[in-house]
Design a protein. Sequence first.
Length: 497
Amino acid sequence: MGAVRGVLLDESVLLSDDGSGNPRLKPGAEVLLRRLRYSNLRVGFCHHEDLSAVKAIFLQNTARIYSFSCVSLDAPDAKYSFNQLLLDWGIARDNCFYVTSKRHDAFTHEIQNQGWLTVCVGVDSGSVMNKEFLFINKLEELLITVCSLSKKAMQKSVVIIGYVMKPSREEDFAKRGALPMYPTQNGLIFVPLTFEIPLVSQLQDVDAVLHKATDEIVDFNPHISTHFSHGISFSKGMQELERFIQDHPECCMIDPLNNIYPLLDRYNIQQLLLGLQELNMKDHCRLRAPHFLKIDNFHEPNLRDQLSEANLSFPIIVKPQIACGVGDAHSMALVFKFEDFKEICVPLPAILQEYVDHGSLIFKFYVLGNNVFHAVKKSMPNASFLKSSSEQAGSKPIIFDSLKSLPVATDDQFSVGRLQADIQSLDVDLVKSAANWLKTELDLTIFGFDVVIQEDTGDHVIVDLNYLPSFKEVPDTDAIPAFWTAIKSAHEARKTN
Ligand SMILES: Nc1ncnc2c1ncn2[C@@H]1O[C@H](COP(=O)(O)OP(=O)(O)OP(=O)(O)O)[C@@H](O)[C@H]1O
Ligand SMILES: O=P(O)(O)O[C@H]1[C@H](O)[C@@H](O)[C@H](OP(=O)(O)O)[C@@H](OP(=O)(O)O)[C@H]1O
Ligand SMILES: [Mg+2]
Ligand SMILES: [Mg+2]
């Protein structure tokens, strides 16, 4: 038997009704189907003829939504349709999981005799004669059960990556084929970790954990401690995961929490980026960090002097010190004069950053292990454009959210001719040297950073660093294999450390 390739779900696992006969999906079923949809496993539903017509139609419609098969077990040609399903799927029966919640079902025993792996969900193992079945209590256990069996069947030639990230991010990655539950070409199987069931039971077969821990931040209080990361509170599930990893160092984190903390703090990022000056090479543009100043409030008596000492002049972009993970981590402002500071409500403590005129183009760089990709994106326009639009509003500061309402250049502020010139002005080798330097400094597997090119000097200024970004601008054909290679290498490297 090889890795599990197909999963056939009996309607008893998926359907309940609302008491008045109207069918609906059982709790946990919708999440399961969403995850199976992009799992690279073949998935089908099945039901007996005695299923009510309304439920049978609901099941067929649900299968259609997810592009899954749906077969009737008692149809005159049932055996045919079952075997036909296997032929259509192009897989052997012993690579298939049949999942049911039926206690006594002649069909279940027959299909098990035909060599299918059978999983009973929510069925007391004592009530079923055949002990060959696998028994799980909750639907949430199914995926880790499938993946663990695949690993066992593949004689450990696969590595199971358990992952934690917010649903929207998981969906984005899964749709790109990045999180398959069937082994990748380099032997990775991805399984979502759920906090709905004890982590210990899930992690015993997991070889490495990929997490976007910042998706599990539930609060940030900068006043709790002078140590920035002490102000960060993670979800109970993330805390349980952290405790497990402390007790089980053999299960590796891609990447350890301590390695991502610096990227939660824009002050840390600025201090780290000061090291870029060591990379500057003769006959190359200058690579640098923006001038910056960290402030705890806008009423500091000698703020003007501090601005001048930090080599900061207006306009100044104001960003929260907390870089991600909380709702207002991306609430920013572009301030044109000193008096405007009292007008803005950027969360404190904040980082004041030199606003770099960069011709409305930003270069997003992504480091995936030893691969470095970059993409060009439209960005905020030069200050003169923003100031004029702001002057019409009485030169008020421009308040925005960088993820939701970034004041990107309008077409007339952005000329395509410039686009060619600007793209050619990017010193890729210089920035790749920065990428390699950052990888060493940060000891991270996957991270991104934003580069703007200052118009009058050509300085390459890194204005942002992010952990586990979506690298959505990079073609999947390049990004996804690199994503898998990076994770595999990180697991191997951390395993040997
Ligand atoms: N110092 C700067 N000078 C000029 N433009 C800047 C500067 N900093 C940021 N920007 C512009 O604002 C955008 C958002 O800034 P930044 O990337 O720091 O925000 P963020 O919330 O960290 O975004 P994300 O993490 O989603 O990339 C940048 O993509 C760029 O267009
Ligand atoms: O949502 P928080 O934890 O505040 O952090 C953001 C990051 O700072 C951004 O870098 C992410 O955007 P990209 O994944 O496109 O880089 C962004 O990804 P998203 O736009 O897919 O949500 C977020 O992860
Ligand atoms: Mg950014
Ligand atoms: Mg960022």
